[in-house]
Design a protein around this ligand. Structure first.
Ligand SMILES: Nc1ncnc2c1ncn2[C@@H]1O[C@H](COP(=O)(O)OP(=O)(O)O)[C@@H](O)[C@H]1O
Ligand SMILES: [Mg+2]
Length: 369
């Protein structure tokens, strides 16, 4: 590798190794030396099978990334350096080509240690929060909807009785505002229909979202695709998945146009993920959908509360888009999370790919209400 590439990797805080196409370790940065407690001078030039005791999953990840020529994440990679306790790591494998930075063909492998307990606790929190959101929405909407009908009806009667035409303006305001609230409550209680699960190609979902947004924001934003086309189908309700993805992507488009970012860019990215724990259940395979924008980022004062109902950072925003998106995703036993900083916001949907034997459970997706 060129000295520039080496020094770049050596500065990273993330543990990175470089493996060539014969699975021989060609480089290891200091962060990886630390994490794996290995000395680069002892292991570079050796095959990964000789360095790691449990190497099957890592080999499989390398193979997958090479075969599909795109990056791949293994969410719970168990790896042991001969004679030491096993480590639970998240690893991302990215194929590299021979170019002026890398003088070999192979893969870059990044390792991150998972604080297993922390991760599970966070997932449980998200799950509880989404159940609480649903409950809050339902109660709030019912409480408001009933009296609202009465208010609107009374205003209508009053409107007919008014003799002074100047006063109609006021009854009209009451009726219009009641209608607006009524529509908002209906959205809170949506969907009225039961989910209709079927086989879904995630790229069909993303293409629909892409065409809707391109129609809405013709010249203001560009939408790039970065798909892993070898992904399997998932089992779910296509309309709900489109709505969830659209709510997330539309927020990105709104953030970009409102901040006047030029060129505003959204990337729709799909990847395979494995060994994922979602809704307290472990899945061997999952699909990762990332919606990335180069906008200003989630306002820091909103932060994690973006998923709460009625939390909005936009003038005129309902604050329901992400709540609904999260509900739909959790009905698919998935998870919706985000990372945001000025210049890059990434929302990630993780959706499990059910084994054949598990499909029965998914067929009975619970209704929202
Ligand atoms: N990609 C994004 N970039 C910047 N801010 C975002 C993004 N996505 C969501 N937000 C923030 O989260 C808020 C909540 O979003 P949402 O639940 O869809 O409600 P609404 O769009 O009606 O405000 C938005 O108002 C916005 O402030
Ligand atoms: Mg929105």
């Amino acid at each position: 590798m060129t000295p520039a590439a080496l020094s770049g990797l050596d500065l990273l805080a993330t543990a990175v190794i470089v493996v060539d196409n014969l699975d021989v370790l060609r480089h290891m940065n200091p962060a990886a030396e630390n994490l794996l407690e290995l000395s680069r001078s002892h292991v570079v030039g050796q095959g990964i099978a000789a360095v790691f005791a449990d190497h099957e999953l890592l080999e499989a990840a390398l193979q997958y990334a090479r075969r599909n020529n795109c990056s791949f994440s293994e969410h719970d990679l168990v790896l042991a350096v001969s004679g030491r306790p096993r480590m639970h790591l998240t690893c991302t494998v990215t194929p590299i080509e021979r170019n002026n930075v890398f003088d070999l063909e192979g893969c870059l492998v990044e390792f991150r240690q998972i604080e297993q307990q922390l991760r599970i606790a966070r997932e449980e929190r998200v799950l509880d929060q989404s159940v609480a959101n649903r409950e809050l929405m339902r109660n709030l909407a019912h409480e408001i909807k009933n009296p609202l009908g009465g208010i609107r009806g009374a205003a209508q009667l009053l409107d007919r009785e008014l003799e002074n035409p100047d006063l109609h303006e006021y009854t009209q305001v009451i009726m219009k505002e009641a209608d607006r609230l009524q529509a908002l409550m209906s959205r809170l209680l949506s969907p009225h229909r039961m989910p209709r699960p079927d086989h879904v190609n995630i790229h069909e979902v993303l293409e629909r979202v892409r065409s809707v947004l391109l129609a809405e924001y013709q010249k203001e934003i560009s939408i790039q695709r970065d798909y892993d086309v070898s992904l399997p189908q998932i089992y779910g309700d296509i309309e709900q998945l489109i709505q969830a993805t659209l709510n997330v992507a539309r927020n990105a488009a709104q953030a970009l146009t409102e901040a006047g970012i030029a060129p505003g860019e959204i990337i729709l990215k799909t990847r395979a993920a494995r060994q994922v724990t979602l809704a307290r259940k472990r899945y061997r395979h999952a699909i990762e959908v990332c919606i990335i924008d180069n906008g200003p980022g989630i306002p820091p004062d909103i932060g994690e509360r973006v998923f709460y109902p009625l939390v909005s950072g936009r003038e005129g925003g309902s604050g329901l888009g992400l709540t609904i998106a999260q509900n739909f995703v959790s009905q698919h036993n998935g998870a919706l999370t985000f990372e945001s900083a000025p210049g890059r916001t990434c929302f990630t949907l993780l959706l499990p790919v059910a084994d054949d034997t598990e499909r029965g459970a998914h067929a009975a997706l619970p209704p929202l209400q």
